[in-house]
Ligand binder design. Structure first.
Ligand code: PLP
Length: 394
């Protein structure tokens, strides 16, 4: 059967795999050999779902957005990941990986973070289980993201500045990888999206798949059917999208819409629209689409939303794009900001700017009145309030 899930070598079509330095091989191999066995273990599943319920607050509601639906002449449901503890979907994955680390006998966690959201989600679960946590972060990002740095410290994590290169996310990633190579036995590296070498993309997608697992029974309750006509999500690395699509990937009746950040415009030189601009290459150990120069140097991405400001996409999404299974739409900063304000005032929900990109598709894509469109509301906008205020001069 044709499938859009990873094969056992971590490939989605031509994308994925594990392109890693030899020194990292033992770490990834240990994870690869154990992750599926651990994840299907009933005791693991029980602990994972108990924490999702009691700590994260799942199931998150599937909410019929009446005024938004009226405005766009179709039935719009919002999957409320913004109501997760810490305000976004990222914690679904960090809970899963901290339990995985425990099962593998690790007593130290490392992570890298750009805007700080993944760092906070990681520091949160390390505090939860009482494990040492080191978060690498570019020196420039530390200065730009002071509130998240403060959160991580408050939660007991050590934030280590990456001082090399552009002093941003990719340099923090290099530092984290160096740390992992030096500490292969006691340390687990928590990657925050469906990126990186196999088995990370598949493992993270499985942890986030609780999103579409819930959508199925919630929609059945509300509409008498499990399948929406479309499921829509914003894509940075692609983890909230992977979770929202997961149980629909191989069901052609469900349209998949992926929304990327066009920044100041696809052709402006300041964008993060990977599907439109990317070429095949290798980033963070995975073969995928990424924005690069003709001689293969990674292009600095740009988006007003920190979470979408990534030069690649996970291999699942590269394959969804290349195969035509997914429909990819790029949304500019201005379009996203306008949509975020509209959702705030029509529904009383201030979305993260990442999510606001997904709400801006209605100018590009028309739906039928009886279509059911589920939008994954990946996070809340509290962290972005200053950006909204400055933009709209509120
Ligand atoms: C991090 C983040 C994203 C982007 O990450 P994905 O892995 O693509 O989901 C999107 N929305 C919010 C609210 C985020 O915090």
């Amino acid at each position: 059967m044709k499938t859009y899930h990873a094969d056992e070598r971590g490939y989605y079509g031509e994308f994925g795999g594990a392109f890693i330095p030899e020194m990292l091989y033992p770490n990834c191999e240990e994870l690869r050999q154990n992750y599926l066995r651990i994840m299907v273990d009933p005791s693991f599943q029980e602990e994972f779902h108990q924490l999702l319920k009691d700590y994260v607050g799942r199931p998150t509601p599937l909410y019929f957005a009446e005024r938004l639906s009226e405005k766009y002449g179709t039935k719009i449901y919002l999957k409320r990941e913004d109501l997760c503890h810490t305000g976004a979907h990222k914690v679904n994955n960090t809970i899963g990986q901290i339990l995985m680390a425990k099962k593998l006998g690790k007593n130290r966690i490392i992570a890298e973070t750009g805007a700080g959201q993944h760092g906070v989600a990681t520091a949160t679960v390390c505090a939860l289980v009482g494990i040492e946590c080191v978060v690498y972060m570019g020196e420039i990002d530390i200065a730009r993201q002071a509130p998240n740095v403060a959160r991580m410290k408050m939660l007991g994590a050590e934030v280590r500045p990456a001082l090399s290169g552009s002093k941003t996310l990719k340099d923090a990633t290099n530092e984290a990888i160096r740390d992992w190579i030096n500490n292969p036995v006691d340390t687990h590296y928590i990657i925050g999206s469906v990126v990186g070498p196999h088995p990370y993309p598949d493992m993270v997608a499985r942890f986030q798949s609780v999103i579409s697992e819930e959508i199925k029974w919630q929609l059945k309750e509300k509409e008498g059917r499990e399948n929406p006509d479309y499921v829509v999500a914003c894509v940075g690395g692609g983890s909230n999208a992977a979770g929202a699509y997961f149980h629909y990937l191989d069901n052609p009746d469900v349209g998949i819409i992926a929304v990327e950040a066009a920044g100041r415009g696809i052709d402006s030189g300041e964008s993060a629209a990977t599907s439109a601009l990317g070429k095949v290459g290798i980033i963070h150990g995975s073969k995928t689409l990424l924005m690069q120069t003709d001689d293969g140097q990674i292009t600095e991405p740009y988006s007003i939303s920190a979470g979408l400001d990534y030069p690649g996409v996970g291999p699942m999404h590269a394959h969804l794009f290349k195969s035509g299974r997914g429909e990819f739409i790029s949304i500019t900063d201005d379009e996203a900001m306008t949509a975020g304000l509209e959702v705030s005032q029509l529904e009383g929900i201030i979305p993260a700017i990442e999510t606001s990109h997904a709400f801006a598709i209605f100018d590009y894509k028309k739906f039928k009145p009886d279509n059911i469109v589920v939008i994954n509301l990946s996070g809340r906008g509290d962290k972005d309030l200053q950006t909204y205020i400055d933009y709209f001069k509120l």
